[in-house]
Design a protein around this ligand. Structure first.
Ligand SMILES: Cc1cc2nc3c(=O)[nH]c(=O)nc-3n(C[C@H](O)[C@H](O)[C@H](O)COP(=O)(O)OP(=O)(O)OC[C@H]3O[C@@H](n4cnc5c(N)ncnc54)[C@H](O)[C@@H]3O)c2cc1C
Length: 481
């Protein structure tokens, strides 16, 4: 990447200002809004971009890409800004911030929702709800449609309708050469295949077209805080829950610190159906010793607001995932709790960190083959996730290393248990790694399995110079392969 001087930055910024459509803006470090423009969900993911552009149409994006590539300047694209790896930030490059592109339109008759590339899930959920529809989307509605979709996308409706990408019908995107294209099953099908799982490495998405689903009555769900002494029963319940695998249901649970010594089990429970069936299904949890029970009938879109407060933007954050095979081993779950407890006792600043297991019914995911999209994490298992939060930069190194160690430890447990796992005749043959849980740094077959070779070929075709270098690593270092 070229080093750019302050004079060059101002000159490039002025060129863009002249080329841009009405409403689009360009800012540099001299602008008042600069600091807030580089802010991210994790303050540790902030980087000092030389120029930040806020396009309002595909042509604006195309102009930026052409200008950046001809001057050999790094590009980053910001959707909702939630990745903790810094993949939507750039040190000294140009950041294409999509936040002026948040419009969502709904065709209620065709049950189709079109979201612009900078929309948040709150925008989509609310627009769809106005027409008694819902789109499979994330469980925290402050996250961006962009990053979450391009990596795969899990949410409460996965059991019934598959991943977010399984409901993606079309995208409009700008490629590395500045060309504006539509990709779908019928147009540029190979590109569309790559977009669904590795999209951030192929271009800037201007709009996402989703299949929507009827949602004309309240769902049942909410959050629970369960006494930590109930851990044996929670693990037993969760394992039976996944065995039953009611597609309308979802359960996410894990550990949260109340103080350095006191922990509780937190759970988000969901059922897309009537209350009596839901409370019957979850009676094994609701009947435990609870510190808080915030469950009931509610509109689907509000379900995706309930975790927002616990996961709000601002602190320094790191996120690392792995997977677990059901039945989840109680001993392993207790080790996770102990590890988290030990960390928080050592570094009380990390007490806002949580750890979760996602028990989402996985059968629907198997109605799509492992190679029908680039995403390769379809397996008879659940995601497991460490979401760390702290305030002092001095702790960055130690907490990040700890999270990495926990992820490796979980991975070993996953590999061990999958040697023997065969659930209902389905072998757990997915990669066991969800890229969006900051798989940055983990590349190749570990994230994309057998799909990696095809992805590399497509990367060479669509982005031979690795203009979109901040998503999944498809170009191997030193080899140019
Ligand atoms: C609080 C929280 C809750 C989460 N909940 C879920 C969940 O329920 N389900 C789930 O599957 N994941 C979840 N995630 C993970 C989430 O999918 C990733 O963090 C994702 O990267 C967020 O997307 P974003 O657009 O907000 O992030 P950003 O940091 O803006 O972008 C992430 C990546 O996507 C690229 N990108 C974003 N928009 C575009 C675009 N329009 N065109 C091209 N590239 C783009 C960026 O360049 C970057 O590489 C959660 C994360 C957090 C922090």
């Amino acid at each position: 990447m070229a080093n750019i001087t302050d004079t060059k930055i101002e000159s490039l910024a002025n060129t863009l200002r002249k080329e841009f459509s009405h409403g689009a803006t360009v800012i540099t470090s001299k602008s008042e809004e600069y600091q807030e423009s580089i802010a991210r969900w994790s303050s540790a993911a902030e980087k000092r971009a030389a120029i930040i552009v806020f396009p309002v149409c595909a042509e604006d994006v195309s102009n930026v890409i052409k200008l950046a590539t001809s001057n050999r300047i790094e590009i980053a694209v910001r959707g909702g800004g939630h990745s903790t790896s810094g993949s939507s930030s750039t040190e000294g490059g140009i950041c294409i911030d999509m936040s002026k592109l948040r419009k969502v339109s709904v065709d209620p008759k065709a049950k189709i929702v079109v979201a612009e590339g900078g929309a948040l899930w709150a925008d989509v959920d609310k627009a769809a709800a106005e027409h008694e529809l819902a789109v499979v989307g994330g469980t925290v509605n402050t996250t961006g449609v962009g990053g979450l979709t391009l990596g795969g996308g899990y949410g409460y409706l996965v059991g019934e309708h598959g991943l977010v990408i399984d409901n993606l019908l079309e995208v409009q995107m700008v490629l590395a050469d500045g060309n504006i294209v539509i990709a779908s099953r019928h147009r540029e099908p190979k590109l569309f295949w790559a977009v669904r799982g590795a999209g951030a490495s192929f271009g800037v998405i201007l709009s996402f077209t989703f299949r929507a689903h009827e949602m004309n009555r309240p769902v049942w769900g909410g959050t629970l805080a369960i006494d930590i002494g109930e851990i044996d029963k929670v693990v037993e319940f969760a394992n039976r829950f996944l065995e039953k695998s009611d597609p309308k249901s979802a359960l996410i649970w894990g550990f949260k610190a109340l103080s350095a010594n006191t922990f509780c089990i937190i759970a988000a429970v969901f059922y897309n159906g009537p209350e009596p069936l839901a409370t019957d299904l979850f009676s094994g949890l609701i009947g435990l010793k609870l510190h808080e029970n915030f469950t009931g009938n509610r509109l689907y879109w509000t379900m995706n607001t309930l975790l927002n407060e616990d996961l709000k933007a601002g602190p320094r954050r790191s996120m690392k995932g792995s997977a677990f095979i059901s039945p989840l081993d109680l001993k392993f779950a207790k080790t996770c709790l102990e590890d988290l407890r030990n960390l928080i006792q050592k570094i009380p600043d990390a007490s806002m960190s949580i750890m979760v297991f996602e028990f989402l019914p996985f059968w629907k995911l198997f109605s799509f083959s492992q190679d029908c999209t680039a995403f390769a994490n379809r397996g008879a298992y659940g995601n497991l996730l460490w979401i760390m939060g702290w305030t002092q930069a001095d702790h960055d190194k130690e907490i990040r290393q700890w999270t990495q160690d926990m992820s490796s430890k979980s991975r070993q447990e996953f590999e061990k248990s999958r040697m023997t796992a065969r659930i209902g005749g389905v072998v757990a043959d997915g990669v066991g790694e969800y890229f969006n849980y900051d798989g940055i740094g983990v590349g190749g077959t570990q994230v994309f399995g057998d799909n990696f070779a095809q992805l590399q070929k497509l990367k060479k075709k669509y982005d031979p110079n690795n203009v979109f270098s901040k998503g999944p690593q498809l170009v191997l270092p030193n080899t140019g392969a």
